[in-house]
Design a protein around this ligand. Structure first.
Ligand SMILES: Nc1ncnc2c1ncn2[C@@H]1O[C@H](COP(=O)(O)OP(=O)(O)OP(=O)(O)O)[C@@H](O)[C@H]1O
Length: 253
């Protein structure tokens, strides 16, 4: 079946000063699927994820060669508005990072920055986003309470709601469950599966079971190189590269 490519990298190289952190990466990330980035610590998964919404721009030593395109547009072109890009491509981090304000204000923050002022409209966005992140029932009676009072798993779902509130196209998640207990992790995995009906999702995970549970596509990185990329079932059952096989069978990691 034909797949629409949402994000693609071509001959992408990234250097932190002299350190060559991404080596000639070529990849097409399909629409409304979950793509998992796996590989041992330090192999460049987070670095690659951050190139997709230009989060590396904030690191002064970074140099990038090659292209990253979002729906055909080179996102490193000087004409690209980074605020627009980050509205299209939301990011959820490893540690839940709610703002020190109410649950409601956390979710309304993004839409307000984009100019939405109507209370009725904001109320609706907050409710829909919290529902979308499967946390509405747990917080609907305490929307005005501080987000800091939520559990870690609830905070992470709130951060997902905050990302959904600006109606992104893509969600990037950098080890979004690694700081959470197994029950919260399982809720977020279920949520990821629901969210791919509407969003293109890219996750970084250390957890290979998680990659097999939630992802459709899987990319294995090693020392900055994309070694193998394909359907998750195929990559885990019949890896084509010996290094992928060694990694997924736990021979190193
Ligand atoms: N801001 C930075 N400045 C310099 N080097 C960096 C920076 N961020 C990452 N690196 C280096 O780039 C390489 C890739 O790091 P990256 O964090 O992308 O790997 P990772 O696969 O996500 O690792 P982990 O699974 O441990 O998070 C590593 O050698 C790391 O030390």
């Amino acid at each position: 079946m034909y797949e629409t490519t949402v994000l693609s990298a071509r001959e992408l190289n990234l250097y932190y000063g002299a350190a060559h952190a991404l080596k000639n990466v070529n990849i097409d990330i399909p629409e409304k699927k979950v793509t998992a980035l796996i590989g041992p610590s330090g192999c460049g998964k987070s670095t690659f994820l951050k190139t997709l919404d230009r989060m590396n721009d904030l690191v002064p030593t970074v140099r990038i060669e090659g292209t990253v395109s979002y729906r055909g547009q080179d996102i490193y072109d000087p004409s690209v508005d980074v605020t627009w890009l980050r509205k299209q491509i939301g990011m959820v981090f490893q540690k839940p990072n709610p703002f020190p304000m109410s649950i409601y204000d956390n979710v309304a923050y993004g839409p307000r920055t984009h100019g939405i002022r109507s209370k009725a409209q904001l109320d609706d966005i907050v409710e829909q986003s919290l529902k979308g992140a499967a946390i509405w029932d747990e917080v609907k009676d305490r929307l005005k309470k501080s987000a800091m009072g939520l559990s870690g798993g609830q905070q992470q779902r709130l951060c997902i709601a905050r990302a959904l509130a600006v109606e992104p196209d893509v969600l990037l998640m950098d080890e979004a469950t690694s700081a959470l207990d197994p029950i919260s992790t399982s809720k977020i995995e279920d949520l990821i599966t629901d969210l791919k009906e509407k969003y293109t999702i890219v996750i970084v995970t250390h957890n290979m079971q998680q990659a097999t549970r939630v992802s459709d596509k899987c990319a294995f990185f090693l020392l900055g190189e994309l070694i193998e990329y394909g359907d998750t079932t195929q990559l885990f059952s019949m890896p084509s590269d010996k290094r992928t096989e060694d990694y997924i069978t736990g021979r190193f990691g």
